[in-house]
Design a protein around this ligand. Structure first.
Ligand code: ATP
Ligand code: MG
Length: 318
């Protein structure tokens, strides 16, 4: 697909985004009328749109477009550093607005490219309702939206992007409320999710796969990951991409991240495959640190306890 077809790619440089801000900076000879003052107050906030982090020209354009609302709604006051730039999303450390009582926040910004492929998401989407920007499922009677999605019109594609993002955000909310080890969710912005930042000023928490855990602590950490998998099953969900790459390790504790592909354990026909894969990958990671767990046994026990009764879909005895 040519780049120009992607609405997001129109922000190819900073100039378009900055244009209204530059205008506000001009000297005025007379006091502005009331209705213009309202505008300039709004834009004054945009003037404070500071970025200590220096993005590349192209990155700067979409970053500002994506974070604008989070600045103006007083969630963040600065973008301090890139935590990780990925193919599908980039994560940045931001300064939290003082009203929030936290020093930093992590913002995950989906890249324009991500929305072109919606990576093999069909397998995960099965059994999931489409979520609107306020996190509510689209009613099965809402023909207009469902037809647009089915026909992949521009509007339909936008609906799917929003749904993908809202699954990540609402899952964080549900899990956080239920006491899972996940970053506290804070807000959503245009193509972005704002959440608790795990790490400090010098570095963000590494992922489990990027660090070595102390062997004598491995059984406790493994048990905590399994507690989280169990908690998700109690809520009827499966992470769907769980491995050492999506678990952070900081000050002796684990935090699960990266939830857009979260899967419905009751309604998705691939739930068995997806859960088994998550459990197996976790066991493989911890086996390197001496934890002798049997993924087939864990899968069997969890499935039979939490999933099979609802689905009437039992696994063969081991
Ligand atoms: N709340 C957070 N606090 C600190 N670092 C984070 C946080 N969330 C994400 N990260 C960092 O950003 C990286 C990417 O986040 P995430 O896994 O959610 O996105 P992704 O789309 O899977 O990207 P990738 O393909 O690079 O893994 C993580 O591996 C982690 O290093
Ligand atoms: Mg990830």
């Amino acid at each position: 697909m040519p780049r120009s077809n992607d609405a997001f790619d129109q922000f190819d440089d900073d100039e378009q985004i900055d244009a209204p801000i530059a205008h506000v900076g001009r000297q005025r000879k007379r006091a502005p009328r009331k209705r213009w003052t309202e505008f300039s107050e709004g834009e004054q906030l945009l003037d404070n749109f500071t970025m200590t982090y220096r993005p590349s020209l192209y990155e700067g354009g979409w970053l500002k477009a994506s974070l604008r609302d989070l600045f103006t709604q007083q969630y963040i006051t600065d973008v301090l550093a890139l935590v990780k730039g990925g193919k599908e999303a980039s994560v940045y450390r931001c300064a939290a607005h003082p009203r929030l009582g936290m020093e930093w926040l992590a913002v995950k910004v989906y890249r324009p490219r991500m929305f072109r492929n919606l990576r093999n998401d069909k397998m995960y989407r099965e059994g999931r309702a489409i979520l609107t920007s306020d996190g509510r499922p689209v009613k099965p009677t809402d023909d207009r939206i469902l037809r647009a999605v089915g026909k992949k019109t521009d509007f339909g594609v936008q609906v799917e992007h929003t749904s993908w993002l809202m699954y990540e955000f609402t899952t964080l909310q549900r899990l956080h409320e239920a006491g899972a080890s996940v970053p506290a969710p804070v807000a959503t912005g245009e193509n972005s999710i704002l959440m608790e930042y795990i790490g400090d000023a010098s570095r963000a928490a590494p992922t489990l796969s990027g660090t070595a855990i102390p062997e004598d602590d491995a059984p406790r950490l493994f048990a905590d990951v399994m507690r989280n998998i169990e908690l998700m099953l109690q809520l009827g969900i499966i992470h769907g991409d769980l491995s050492g790459h999506n678990i952070l390790y900081w000050e002796g504790e684990i935090t699960l991240i990266d939830f857009p592909q979260v899967t419905d354990s009751y309604a998705n026909r691939n739930a068995d495959f997806i859960l088994r894969r998550d459990i197996t990958r976790v066991c493989e990671y911890f086996a390197r640190f001496g934890v002798a767990a049997d993924p087939a046994r864990l899968m069997h026990d969890l499935w039979e306890e939490y999933v099979a009764p609802q689905r009437g879909d039992h696994l063969p005895d081991l």
